[in-house]
Design a binder for this molecule. Structure first.
Ligand code: 13P
Length: 247
Protein backbone atom coordinates (compact mmCIF):
# COMPACT_ATOMS: atom_id res chain seq x y z
CA UNK A 1 0.00 0.00 0.00
CA UNK A 2 1.36 3.37 -0.98
CA UNK A 3 4.50 4.04 -2.95
CA UNK A 4 7.53 1.94 -1.99
CA UNK A 5 9.72 3.95 0.40
CA UNK A 6 13.41 3.33 1.04
CA UNK A 7 15.35 5.33 3.59
CA UNK A 8 19.08 5.22 4.23
CA UNK A 9 19.92 5.99 7.85
CA UNK A 10 23.61 6.81 7.87
CA UNK A 11 23.60 7.12 11.68
CA UNK A 12 26.81 8.59 13.14
CA UNK A 13 29.00 7.56 10.18
CA UNK A 14 31.01 9.30 7.50
CA UNK A 15 33.50 12.03 6.78
CA UNK A 16 33.41 14.84 4.22
CA UNK A 17 35.38 12.60 1.86
CA UNK A 18 33.39 9.39 2.32
CA UNK A 19 30.13 11.30 2.00
CA UNK A 20 31.30 13.04 -1.18
CA UNK A 21 31.93 9.58 -2.65
CA UNK A 22 28.61 8.18 -1.40
CA UNK A 23 26.60 11.08 -2.85
CA UNK A 24 28.42 10.79 -6.14
CA UNK A 25 27.59 7.05 -6.26
CA UNK A 26 23.95 7.85 -5.48
CA UNK A 27 23.88 10.53 -8.18
CA UNK A 28 25.08 8.06 -10.79
CA UNK A 29 22.91 5.14 -9.65
CA UNK A 30 19.91 4.10 -11.70
CA UNK A 31 16.95 4.17 -9.32
CA UNK A 32 13.48 2.88 -10.10
CA UNK A 33 11.18 5.86 -10.43
CA UNK A 34 8.30 4.31 -8.52
CA UNK A 35 10.07 4.57 -5.17
CA UNK A 36 10.41 7.38 -2.64
CA UNK A 37 14.09 7.53 -1.69
CA UNK A 38 15.35 9.37 1.36
CA UNK A 39 18.81 9.57 2.94
CA UNK A 40 19.56 10.68 6.47
CA UNK A 41 23.10 11.99 6.99
CA UNK A 42 24.53 13.21 10.30
CA UNK A 43 23.48 16.83 10.95
CA UNK A 44 26.91 18.30 10.20
CA UNK A 45 26.82 16.92 6.64
CA UNK A 46 23.19 17.76 5.82
CA UNK A 47 24.10 20.92 3.96
CA UNK A 48 26.82 19.19 1.95
CA UNK A 49 24.44 16.37 1.02
CA UNK A 50 21.45 18.52 0.09
CA UNK A 51 23.72 20.76 -2.00
CA UNK A 52 25.38 17.88 -3.86
CA UNK A 53 22.50 15.45 -4.53
CA UNK A 54 21.43 16.04 -8.11
CA UNK A 55 18.45 13.70 -8.45
CA UNK A 56 15.16 13.28 -6.65
CA UNK A 57 16.48 11.77 -3.44
CA UNK A 58 15.07 13.57 -0.39
CA UNK A 59 16.95 14.26 2.82
CA UNK A 60 15.99 13.54 6.41
CA UNK A 61 17.26 14.57 9.84
CA UNK A 62 18.07 11.79 12.31
CA UNK A 63 16.41 13.62 15.20
CA UNK A 64 14.77 16.94 16.03
CA UNK A 65 13.95 19.04 19.07
CA UNK A 66 10.45 18.92 20.64
CA UNK A 67 9.62 22.54 19.86
CA UNK A 68 10.90 25.83 18.58
CA UNK A 69 14.64 26.39 18.78
CA UNK A 70 16.30 28.57 21.38
CA UNK A 71 18.41 27.90 24.45
CA UNK A 72 18.69 24.11 23.96
CA UNK A 73 22.39 23.37 23.70
CA UNK A 74 23.19 20.57 21.30
CA UNK A 75 19.71 20.33 19.79
CA UNK A 76 18.55 20.93 16.20
CA UNK A 77 15.12 22.38 15.53
CA UNK A 78 12.51 21.36 12.99
CA UNK A 79 12.71 24.88 11.54
CA UNK A 80 16.45 24.45 10.98
CA UNK A 81 15.95 21.09 9.29
CA UNK A 82 13.39 22.65 6.97
CA UNK A 83 15.65 25.65 6.35
CA UNK A 84 18.41 23.40 5.10
CA UNK A 85 16.09 21.46 2.78
CA UNK A 86 15.06 18.42 4.82
CA UNK A 87 11.66 16.93 4.11
CA UNK A 88 11.75 14.24 6.81
CA UNK A 89 12.96 13.38 10.27
CA UNK A 90 13.54 9.95 11.82
CA UNK A 91 11.99 9.76 15.30
CA UNK A 92 11.83 7.00 17.90
CA UNK A 93 14.80 5.10 16.51
CA UNK A 94 15.76 2.24 18.85
CA UNK A 95 19.23 3.70 19.34
CA UNK A 96 17.65 6.88 20.71
CA UNK A 97 15.15 4.92 22.79
CA UNK A 98 17.57 2.40 24.27
CA UNK A 99 21.01 4.06 24.19
CA UNK A 100 20.05 7.72 24.69
CA UNK A 101 16.99 6.93 26.83
CA UNK A 102 14.19 8.74 25.00
CA UNK A 103 10.72 7.66 26.10
CA UNK A 104 7.40 7.40 24.27
CA UNK A 105 6.14 10.72 25.54
CA UNK A 106 9.23 12.67 24.51
CA UNK A 107 9.23 11.03 21.09
CA UNK A 108 5.52 11.75 20.69
CA UNK A 109 6.10 15.45 21.37
CA UNK A 110 8.80 15.58 18.73
CA UNK A 111 6.57 13.85 16.19
CA UNK A 112 3.62 16.15 16.83
CA UNK A 113 5.78 19.24 16.53
CA UNK A 114 7.53 18.10 13.35
CA UNK A 115 4.25 17.13 11.64
CA UNK A 116 2.58 20.40 12.64
CA UNK A 117 5.49 22.23 11.02
CA UNK A 118 5.13 20.22 7.82
CA UNK A 119 8.05 17.82 8.16
CA UNK A 120 7.41 14.15 7.34
CA UNK A 121 8.11 11.70 10.16
CA UNK A 122 9.69 8.27 9.87
CA UNK A 123 8.29 6.85 13.10
CA UNK A 124 10.28 3.87 14.39
CA UNK A 125 8.95 1.08 16.55
CA UNK A 126 10.25 -2.35 17.47
CA UNK A 127 10.81 -4.88 20.24
CA UNK A 128 13.93 -6.04 22.05
CA UNK A 129 14.99 -9.68 21.80
CA UNK A 130 13.87 -10.40 25.37
CA UNK A 131 10.47 -8.88 24.61
CA UNK A 132 10.10 -11.08 21.53
CA UNK A 133 11.13 -14.14 23.51
CA UNK A 134 8.57 -13.27 26.19
CA UNK A 135 5.85 -13.10 23.52
CA UNK A 136 5.46 -9.35 23.90
CA UNK A 137 6.31 -8.21 20.37
CA UNK A 138 2.83 -6.96 19.49
CA UNK A 139 2.27 -5.35 22.92
CA UNK A 140 5.51 -3.38 22.66
CA UNK A 141 4.90 -2.28 19.08
CA UNK A 142 1.30 -1.28 19.79
CA UNK A 143 2.30 0.74 22.83
CA UNK A 144 4.93 2.63 20.84
CA UNK A 145 2.42 3.13 18.04
CA UNK A 146 -0.23 4.41 20.45
CA UNK A 147 2.22 6.99 21.83
CA UNK A 148 2.46 8.42 18.31
CA UNK A 149 -1.26 8.05 17.59
CA UNK A 150 -2.24 9.85 20.82
CA UNK A 151 -0.53 13.08 19.81
CA UNK A 152 -0.03 13.38 16.06
CA UNK A 153 -2.30 15.80 14.19
CA UNK A 154 -2.74 13.51 11.18
CA UNK A 155 -1.28 10.43 9.52
CA UNK A 156 -0.82 12.05 6.10
CA UNK A 157 2.91 12.50 6.48
CA UNK A 158 4.04 9.53 8.57
CA UNK A 159 5.88 6.41 7.51
CA UNK A 160 6.08 3.66 10.15
CA UNK A 161 9.39 1.82 10.37
CA UNK A 162 9.21 -1.56 12.09
CA UNK A 163 12.73 -2.26 13.29
CA UNK A 164 13.11 -5.21 15.64
CA UNK A 165 16.00 -4.20 17.88
CA UNK A 166 17.60 -7.66 17.71
CA UNK A 167 17.89 -7.29 13.94
CA UNK A 168 19.56 -3.87 13.93
CA UNK A 169 23.24 -3.95 13.08
CA UNK A 170 23.45 -7.64 13.97
CA UNK A 171 23.28 -9.27 10.56
CA UNK A 172 20.28 -11.22 11.94
CA UNK A 173 17.58 -10.04 9.58
CA UNK A 174 13.96 -10.90 10.44
CA UNK A 175 12.63 -13.59 8.13
CA UNK A 176 10.13 -12.32 5.57
CA UNK A 177 7.44 -14.17 7.57
CA UNK A 178 8.47 -12.62 10.88
CA UNK A 179 8.43 -9.14 9.38
CA UNK A 180 5.18 -9.67 7.48
CA UNK A 181 3.48 -10.94 10.65
CA UNK A 182 4.26 -7.75 12.56
CA UNK A 183 3.45 -5.49 9.60
CA UNK A 184 0.00 -7.08 9.32
CA UNK A 185 -0.54 -6.65 13.06
CA UNK A 186 0.48 -2.99 12.84
CA UNK A 187 -1.86 -2.41 9.93
CA UNK A 188 -4.69 -4.11 11.84
CA UNK A 189 -3.99 -1.90 14.82
CA UNK A 190 -4.21 1.21 12.61
CA UNK A 191 -7.49 -0.03 11.22
CA UNK A 192 -9.03 -0.77 14.61
CA UNK A 193 -7.73 2.31 16.40
CA UNK A 194 -7.63 4.93 13.65
CA UNK A 195 -9.36 4.14 10.41
CA UNK A 196 -9.47 1.88 7.40
CA UNK A 197 -8.08 4.75 5.35
CA UNK A 198 -5.04 5.32 7.57
CA UNK A 199 -4.41 1.58 7.64
CA UNK A 200 -4.42 1.24 3.88
CA UNK A 201 -2.47 4.35 2.98
CA UNK A 202 0.23 4.34 5.67
CA UNK A 203 3.50 2.85 4.54
CA UNK A 204 5.00 0.31 6.92
CA UNK A 205 8.66 -0.23 6.13
CA UNK A 206 11.05 -2.78 7.62
CA UNK A 207 14.49 -2.11 9.09
CA UNK A 208 17.16 -4.34 10.59
CA UNK A 209 20.07 -5.88 8.66
CA UNK A 210 18.50 -5.29 5.27
CA UNK A 211 21.07 -5.75 2.51
CA UNK A 212 21.38 -6.27 -1.22
CA UNK A 213 20.91 -10.03 -0.87
CA UNK A 214 17.92 -10.28 1.46
CA UNK A 215 15.85 -7.30 0.25
CA UNK A 216 14.10 -9.03 -2.65
CA UNK A 217 12.41 -11.73 -0.53
CA UNK A 218 11.35 -9.16 2.06
CA UNK A 219 10.02 -6.79 -0.60
CA UNK A 220 7.72 -9.53 -1.91
CA UNK A 221 5.74 -9.55 1.34
CA UNK A 222 2.39 -7.91 0.88
CA UNK A 223 2.63 -5.57 3.86
CA UNK A 224 6.28 -4.55 3.52
CA UNK A 225 6.13 -1.16 1.81
CA UNK A 226 9.85 -0.42 1.82
CA UNK A 227 12.92 -0.38 4.02
CA UNK A 228 14.90 1.66 6.49
CA UNK A 229 18.50 0.69 5.87
CA UNK A 230 21.48 1.31 8.13
CA UNK A 231 24.86 -0.25 7.29
CA UNK A 232 24.04 -1.14 3.68
CA UNK A 233 22.95 2.44 2.96
CA UNK A 234 26.58 3.55 3.31
CA UNK A 235 27.39 1.78 0.04
CA UNK A 236 25.80 3.51 -2.96
CA UNK A 237 25.48 0.51 -5.32
CA UNK A 238 24.06 -1.77 -2.60
CA UNK A 239 21.59 0.90 -1.49
CA UNK A 240 20.49 1.24 -5.12
CA UNK A 241 19.89 -2.53 -5.26
CA UNK A 242 17.65 -2.23 -2.21
CA UNK A 243 15.75 0.73 -3.72
CA UNK A 244 15.28 -1.29 -6.89
CA UNK A 245 13.89 -4.32 -5.04
CA UNK A 246 10.43 -2.71 -5.37
CA UNK A 247 8.04 -5.29 -6.78
P1 13P B 1 21.14 -1.89 9.97
O1 13P B 1 20.59 -1.91 8.56
O2 13P B 1 22.58 -1.49 10.02
O3 13P B 1 20.81 -3.14 10.71
O4 13P B 1 20.37 -0.70 10.72
C1 13P B 1 18.98 -0.62 10.60
C2 13P B 1 18.51 0.65 11.18
O5 13P B 1 18.60 0.87 12.37
C3 13P B 1 17.97 1.67 10.28
O6 13P B 1 17.40 2.72 10.97
Amino acid sequence: SGKFFVGGNWKCNGTKDSITKLVSDLNSAKLETDVDVVVSPPFVYLDQVTASLTGRIEVSGQNSWIGKGGAFTGEISVEQLKDIGCKWVILGHSERRHIIGEDDQFIGKKAAYALNEGLGVIACIGELLEEREAGKTFDVCFQQLKAFADVVPSWDNIVIAYEPVWAIGTGKVATPQQAQEVHVAVRDWLKKNLSEEVASKTRIIYGGSVNGSNCAELAKQEDIDGFLVGGASLKGPEFATIVNSVT
